[in-house]
Design a protein around this ligand. Structure first.
Ligand code: NAI
Ligand code: 15L
Length: 267
């Protein structure tokens, strides 16, 4: 195995469950963490450890990171919504995680960022990670903050990070927008494996999508550096999905799609 102990936060979530099998192949011990209620009946395999913890609870983080060489950080609020829960789980939670990683001597963090960091760009507009951020809500802005933490902990403390701006990671693409944004689950597994094992990543930000004919994110140089070579292409679903459109207006016009239809959140 590449790692002795690898920590997976958000382990009870959709992508946590999808990724656990491929992560087990990389480590002796996979430490699974999520909120206590979510991790009540964890799907444990030999070599797994279940460590329920709330990322918002700074005092729980040192024990969680103890002995951890690398982290796949998926835990947190995963959709647009009111600020308070995003503040607790994504802003405070990711800060607590990085701080504990610094104290524990953790070497690398793969951070599940999101395409919503640039969800305010028009659909069809080609982007690379060199383009200025344009978050489409509190959620996208919280992921941009996480990318900022990744840069800080690399620059000051030498902790490496790969921030993956994941598109739409689902078993199959589900609508016309996903013909551009889809990340198949096997490409996700490959991308996370590359992000954990590629040498000398420093602090790298990469979009995460499959080799979709209609993709908006032209991240080929970063993908090559990570060794990521996507195998899937949403175009195979084009005939059945290209008319499955979001409502007219910002949701259909901007890259963030349905998240542009959520909020604002006035009291
Ligand atoms: P999910 O919502 O299914 O999983 C997130 C997990 O985080 C949940 O199990 C939840 O209980 C846990 N969590 C929430 N607040 C927490 C806290 N305070 N402390 C500890 N755990 C907490 O989301 P999914 O789809 O599995 O996504 C995983 C990660 O990838 C998320 O960070 C999400 O923002 C990111 N992402 C996912 C995309 C996708 O297509 N599924 C696209 C872009 C980013
Ligand atoms: C995300 O960041 C969300 O976590 C996920 O649920 C999807 O909505 C995805 O983006 C997307 O943009 O399709």
């Amino acid at each position: 195995p590449v790692f002795d102990t690898l920590l997976l936060t958000g382990a009870a979530g959709t992508l946590g469950r999808a990724l656990a099998p491929s992560l087990r192949a990389l480590c002796r011990t996979l430490r699974l963490s999520d909120l206590p209620a979510a991790l009540a009946a964890p799907p444990l395999q030999p070599g797994d450890e279940a460590r329920p913890a709330d990322l918002a609870d700074a005092s729980a983080m040192d024990a969680l990171l103890h002995g951890v060489q690398a982290v796949v950080h998926l835990g947190g609020v995963s959709v647009e919504g009111p600020f308070a829960p995003i503040l607790a789980a994504n802003l405070a939670g990711t800060t607590h995680l990085y701080e504990a990683a610094r104290r524990a001597g953790t070497r690398r963090i793969v951070f599940a960022s999101s395409n919503h960091v640039t969800g305010g760009y028009p659909q069809g507009h080609s982007l690379t990670t060199a383009c200025p951020p344009r978050p489409d809500g509190f959620y996208g802005a919280s992921k941009l903050y996480g990318e900022g933490l990744a840069a800080l902990y690399w620059q000051r403390y030498g902790i490496e990070s790969v921030c993956l701006r994941i598109g739409s990671a689902t078993p199959e693409p589900t609508d016309a927008r996903a013909l551009a944004t889809w990340l198949s689950l096997r490409d996700l597994a490959q991308l996370v494996r590359c992000a954990l094992t590629a040498p000398g990543v420093g602090c790298t930000v990469a979009y995460g999508c499959s080799a979709n004919t209609r993709r908006w994110w032209q991240d080929d140089a970063t993908w090559a550096r990570l060794g990521y070579a996507p195998q899937d292409n949403a175009e195979a679903w084009a005939a059945q999905l290209q008319d499955r459109l979001l409502p007219e207006g910002p949701q259909r016009e901007l890259q963030g799609g349905s998240f542009l239809g959520i909020g604002p959140f006035d009291p």
